[in-house]
Design a protein around this ligand. Structure first.
Ligand SMILES: CCCCCCC[C@@H](O)CC(=O)SCCNC(=O)CCNC(=O)[C@H](O)C(C)(C)COP(=O)(O)OP(=O)(O)OC[C@H]1O[C@@H](n2cnc3c(N)ncnc32)[C@H](O)[C@@H]1OP(=O)(O)O
Length: 728
């Protein structure tokens, strides 16, 4: 794409140290683009001694010979006023300053003398300050200015033998940071570059080939762009050289608050938490002093409040009051689409399911985060508070997830930075255990509410402490209807389900470590309650919301019995207006594992969705019949790992679509699946309603001729071409 050239007509640029190298390249480039240029050069040598006018004059001559406008200035940058005055006297204004001038006095730290230190600070840091300060009021008055500061990798990272130079060069970055803040309101933008180029300063340490490869002309383009009025960046720090350009920023570990309320912090605690303090797996990118100190100030305020509440509670000697007074620091959780996809795998989404792209492929048009993921940002609060809640003695091997309530105030974004705050809402004495209720509010970066979670954990054996048996804070469960369910869905979990789920944040060893599980009284590690929960939420959303995750409002469950990885879950569902009541069973044992549960949707499921679910349930016999038929066909029996899609037609219109995975014997209502073999079943109106109401099963409907299976022949014909692509 052709773009307009960056011009500087009418603008005045001052480039310090412009007699050679980088400074000269900048001066020539500004002049070629229409600027009037003050070419400053003291004419000394690279260690800062000597002076002369030749270097600056030569550059001025070169500019003028090409038809450009330039004047020379031979003053030291320490006399900044004089440099700026040259611009004002000759061109009437000053728009751009490039603080390029510099010298070197390299010495290892043991050999460095006062004068080596002082001269470097004077030329680099004080010189930059003097020139910039002289230009500043003129730029403020005209409401326009562009300042380029020059630092060095030696300053940013340190370099042997350059203590004086490193200190001055990083000082310049500090100066630029503050000036970028102070200049912004007057349109004075300040950016810093750390260039590497073959110049008088570097040719002493580089080969000729390197000097040639690192031409100053490969750096000047960024100086030109940062100096142009079309560039609105300020406060940036860039590394440049050989035509390579990159921006630097600060990165901070997530950090850890080590002090508890009323605790005197000691150095051992710092030592013992060193890994957490220095863990860069989770980071933030502070950009301002507010970003840097905000968190510390917030934590300090929360701490003061917590300390007062804890002291008041301790005076009562009531364990429940003490637990309720506990305050944990707010927990940040940053996630990306990758985390949402990992979670989806953890709660059983599989590429075998028709709607899987929606949850496993970030480029899918309808990419969605499963609403039960809303528990994940809050989980950090539980981990943070483990072992810290006063009043109640908690054995970590005896904690079981008791109940869960989750409400979403808006659909979960596909990525984000969320903050959760936590309080112990109540503690109940259930005799066989203590039941702790935690209320956790989660907000987004704008402070808008995203989710509310109520976790309840049952601490086996921690009962009988004389606390209340019930709490008005607890979100109530619902009764399971006595009628047959309106829909169900079955799904076998993977033997690795817990290992996969724990990667989303619940690292409780109970779910992976056999010896830890044994301490809790389990023969093998058990599945996370929230993993079973995630499966059930998916089942309800697929059966009654056509997987439209925006319809989700809230969910409540009670975990009644543990589930083992590899077991088959069966979610049974009943529709009650906008509310879908459900319970979950383990097929292998027929145990109910989730009870009293419901999901509230934002609107009642459509009749079509309802019909689909009803058909799904009432026609199990039909699927079984189809599977039997398929197996009895000689071609199919050889290759039963096919995926079939059935379009259920009623009065000429498709009323439902089912996909069946023959190998896994799993049936999914919902979207057509590409590559699946197709078969159209036609039902008369009566047949359809009879099947929905349970009067007629698929087998009898087929045998009596009320159900026509038109696609069977087509299915057999297509089989050979379809099977390879529909393999599991
Ligand atoms: C790391 C720190 C943060 C940790 C957060 C969680 C981390 C996760 O990693 C942990 C997990 O995921 S564990 C796996 C999921 N959970 C389970 O498997 C628990 C299954 N439930 C049970 O085993 C029993 O219900 C059991 C054992 C909970 C209770 O059984 P019993 O002791 O036999 O109780 P029962 O006699 O039936 O009832 C006594 C009173 O307690 C109430 N109650 C029962 N089950 C409850 C439950 N699940 N949640 C809440 N309350 C429950 C009963 O209503 C009864 O109360 P009341 O007497 O007032 O009627």
């Amino acid at each position: 794409m052709a773009s307009s050239p960056l011009r500087f007509d009418g603008k005045v640029a001052l480039v310090t140290g412009a007699g050679n190298g980088l400074g000269k390249a900048y001066a020539l480039e500004f002049a070629a683009r229409g600027a009037s240029v003050v070419v400053n050069d003291l004419g000394g040598n690279i260690s800062g001694t000597g002076s002369g006018s030749r270097a600056a004059d030569k550059v001025v001559d070169e500019i003028r010979a090409k038809g450009g406008k330039a004047v020379a200035n031979y003053d030291s940058v320490e006399l900044g006023e004089k440099l700026v005055q040259t611009a004002l006297d000759n061109f009437g204004r000053i728009d751009i300053v490039v603080n390029n001038a510099g010298i070197l006095r390299d010495k290892s730290f043991v050999r460095i003398k006062d004068e080596d230190w002082d001269i470097i600070q004077r030329v680099h840091l004080r010189g930059t300050f003097q020139v910039t300060r002289a230009a500043w009021p003129h730029m403020r008055k005209q409401g326009y200015g562009r300042i380029i500061m020059v630092t060095s990798a030696a300053g940013i990272y340190g370099n042997f033998g350059q203590a004086n130079y490193s200190a001055a060069k990083l000082g310049i970055v500090g100066l630029a940071n503050t000036l970028s803040i102070e200049g912004r309101k007057n349109n004075i933008l300040v950016n810093t570059i750390a260039p590497i180029a073959g110049s008088r300063l570097t040719e002493t340490v580089m080969t000729k080939e390197m000097v040639d490869a690192l031409k100053p002309e490969y750096v000047s383009p960024i100086v030109v762009f940062l100096s142009h009025d079309s560039c609105q960046d300020t406060g940036g720090l860039f590394e440049v050289g050989a035509g390579f350009f990159a921006k630097l920023r600060w990165q901070r570990t997530e950090g850890v608050l080590l002090r508890e309320a009323n605790e005197i912090l000691d150095a051992e605690k710092v030592r013992d938490n060193w890994d957490r303090i220095t863990d860069f797996n989770k980071v933030t990118y502070p950009e301002s002093i507010r970003d840097s100190m905000g968190k510390i100030m917030q934590l300090s305020g929360e701490m003061m409040e917590a300390e007062k509440a804890a002291l008041d509670a301790a005076k009562t000697k009531d364990p429940v009051a003490m637990a309720k007074a506990y305050r944990a620091p707010a927990q940040e959780y940053t996630y990306t689409e990758r985390d949402a996809m990992l979670y989806a795998l953890g709660v059983g989404v599989s590429t075998r399911q028709p709607d899987h792209l929606k949850f496993l492929f970030e480029l899918a048009d309808d990419f969605s985060v499963i609403p039960s993921f809303g528990v994940i940002p809050a989980f950090g609060c539980l981990l943070e508070s483990t072992g810290k809640i006063p009043g109640i003695k908690i054995d970590p091997t005896k904690i079981l997830h008791g109940e869960q309530y989750l409400e979403l105030y808006k659909p979960l974004p596909r990525s984000g930075k969320l903050t959760s705050t936590f309080r112990v809402a109540d503690v109940m004495d259930k005799k066989s255990g203590a039941l702790l209720l935690y209320n956790i509010e989660t907000v987004d970066e704008k402070g808008e509410k995203v989710a509310f979670n109520q976790f309840s954990t049952f601490v086996v054996g921690a009962g009988n402490f004389g606390g209340p048996k019930t709490s008005k804070e607890a979100t109530p469960l619902v009764d399971t209807p006595s009628r047959a369910p309106d829909a169900f869905m079955e799904e076998k979990t993977s033997v690795d389900q817990a290992a996969l789920y724990r990667l989303s944040g619940d690292s409780n060893p109970l779910h992976i470590d056999p010896s830890f599980a044994a301490m809790g009284g389990f023969k093998t590690p058990i599945l996370h309650g929230l993993c079973t929960f995630g499966h059930s939420v998916r089942h309800v959303m697929a059966s009654f919301a056509n997987n439209d995750m925006e319809l989700f409002k809230a969910v409540k469950v009670r975990f009644v019995k543990p589930v083992l990885p590899g077991q088959t879950l069966r979610t049974e569902m009943w529709k009650d207006g906008n509310r879908i009541l459900f319970r979950t069973k383990v097929m292998e044992t027929n145990d109910i594992v989730i009870s009293g549960a419901y999901i509230d949707l934002h609107k009642a499921p459509s009749t079509k969705t309802e019909t689909q679910s009803a058909v799904n349930l009432k026609s199990t016999a039909l699927f079984e019949m189809m599977a039997e038929q398929a197996k009895s066909s000689p071609e199919m029996s050889k290759k039963v790992n096919a995926i079939f899609q059935w379009n259920i037609k009623q009065n000429g219109e498709i009323a439902a679509v089912w996909t069946m995975d023959m190998k896994a014997n799993e049936v999914y209502p919902g979207k057509p699946r590409s590559g699946a073999a197709e078969c159209t079943l036609t039902l008369t109106d009566d047949t359809f309603m009879d099947m929905v109401s349970g009067k007629l099963d698929g087998q009898r409907a087929f045998l009596s001729g009320k159900l026509k299976v038109e696609g069977q022949i087509m299915l057999a014909q297509k089989l050979s071409s379809i099977l390879p692509t529909s393999k599991m």
